[in-house]
Design a protein. Sequence first.
Length: 177
Amino acid sequence: MTSIMHGEKYGNDLKTTPLSRETVSHRISASSSSIESVLLNRLKNSPVIALQFNENTGITKLAQLNVYVRYVYETDISEDFYVVKNWKEGQLKRIFENINKYFETNNLTWTRNVAVCTDRASALTGLRELIKKIAPHIVSNHCMIHREALVAKDIDEEFHKILQDVVTVINYIEGTA
């Protein structure tokens, strides 16, 4: 493919690249560090940030906590997937402590965090309350998709079907990510 797109020289150069487990692991780690560095820089330069927490069960059948972050980048509001962690409901306090420590280590302040969004699962409601203890100014709200699903119960059947399809697609994407 590389030879077709970029010529034989690049194709031959790519063939000489070692693909050992260590090489691939190192490249993934380097890419991850680079992405995290860019995102941290954007968060530090954003006047405000917002966090969204979503609990789901992925293909591993383990409970996972997905964290998304919204922030201002240049003149737009951007949203990025931030982290996914396997967890158990009893780990809520430890997860909060890890998030708080990450904020402190990377000079991110809770004062610029203006909102927390959760799906209102009981475990995530507890996480939202822990965050509000140290940052009472934060506005918390219910996940938009879940809110729309609640509204959909009282709307036209055809529109309800469309919303169900959207939720199914999003749940599939999250479950296979």
